[in-house]
Ligand binder design. Structure first.
Ligand SMILES: [Zn+2]
Length: 313
């Protein structure tokens, strides 16, 4: 069984809206990622993003409710390790998956740095400044005006740097991406984005963006969102190969990781519909690239990066 880390899923959004009632056992039917599937598949780390769907008030109270779900429904599973430090990361393994808490979009902070610090105390270790739209911090990638970071957004990047919250650039406009890279004293990640030169979707990364992440020593999570992978009607796991090839051509052997976006999508790449699908993808990659590179994509690069960015204990 190959060990793997996944930098993005939206389980908490489904638990928040009631699309799924539990993370484990009865009531978890509507989930791509469940405790049972994680422990059965070789998953050693899963990032849980707090994403507030449009129909939920975009408030700090909604964030609190999602984090409460995370505490009550994910962290209570018997062998889940809450990953807040390097020491926590070292305790993760197959059957003992780590859970990393992320925020996708700063809307729910309502511009409050006190809210950010409270979330950090609650274990938040990763933050994407926006979802697709603009908010008080920055413009997301679908915002037509294509603005960058606001003054408060720059302050947010610096606050994350100081607190030790990893900045995620996946949904940012191109200008906000550049300004975040400039502003951030620490390497950033794109937790769930592919290569735009392969599939021309605005959520994917242009070659110069991929290079900027490589140069900064960041991380890129290959994502399984069908329409970020291929224009074809029914893409399969093999359609991820050109994305991997592109990042490798740009010198990204040490930045490639996985960011499935499971539970954030209503359609899947053929066979890639949960942690066991990820395990099968890795079998396919191992045949093509060998064990060493596959291990780096699956787990090694993500763990090396997180070890360098999380606090020691
Ligand atoms: Zn997303």
């Amino acid at each position: 069984m190959r060990e793997f880390a996944d930098l993005h899923c939206d389980v908490l959004a489904k638990l928040l809206t009631g699309e799924a009632e539990s993370f484990d056992g009865p009531g978890s039917d509507g989930l791509d990622v469940t405790y049972g599937k994680l422990t059965a598949s070789g998953a050693v780390l899963q990032t849980f993003a707090v994403y507030l769907p449009k129909r939920v008030p975009q408030t700090f109270m909604s964030v609190v409710q999602a984090v409460d779900r995370f505490y009550r429904q994910v962290l209570t599973c018997p062998h889940v390790t809450f990953v807040r430090s390097q020491a926590d990361l070292a305790a993760c393994g197959p059957g003992r998956p780590g859970a990393l808490l992320a925020l996708e979009g700063a809307e729910g902070l309502e511009g409050s740095f006190a809210a950010l610090r409270m979330l950090h105390r609650l274990g938040l270790r990763m933050l994407g400044l926006t979802w697709n739209d603009a908010n008080w911090a920055a413009d997301g990638v679908m915002e037509p005006r294509g603005g960058g970071l606001t003054r408060a957004g720059r302050e947010l990047v610096r606050a994350c740097n100081e607190l030790g919250i990893i900045v995620d650039v996946s949904h940012l406009s191109e200008r906000a991406f550049r300004e975040t890279i400039e502003e951030s004293a620490r390497p950033v990640i794109a937790s769930h984005s592919n290569a735009r030169s392969v599939c021309d979707h605005p959520r994917n990364l242009r070659d110069d963006q991929i290079k900027a992440i490589i140069d900064a020593g960041g991380l890129i999570g290959l994502t399984f969102v069908p329409w970020f992978v291929s224009d074809r009607d029914d893409p399969g796991p093999e359609d991820l190969i050109p994305h991997i090839e592109r990042v490798l051509e740009l010198g990204g052997e040490r930045v490639l990781a996985l960011g499935s976006d499971y539970d954030g999508i209503d359609r899947h790449i053929r066979g890639l519909d949960g942690p066991d699908g990820t395990a099968r993808l890795l079998d396919m990659l191992a045949l093509r690239y060998g064990e060493e590179l596959t291990e780096n994509i699956a787990r090694g690069n993500a763990f090396r990066f997180l070890s360098s960015q999380l606090p020691p204990a």
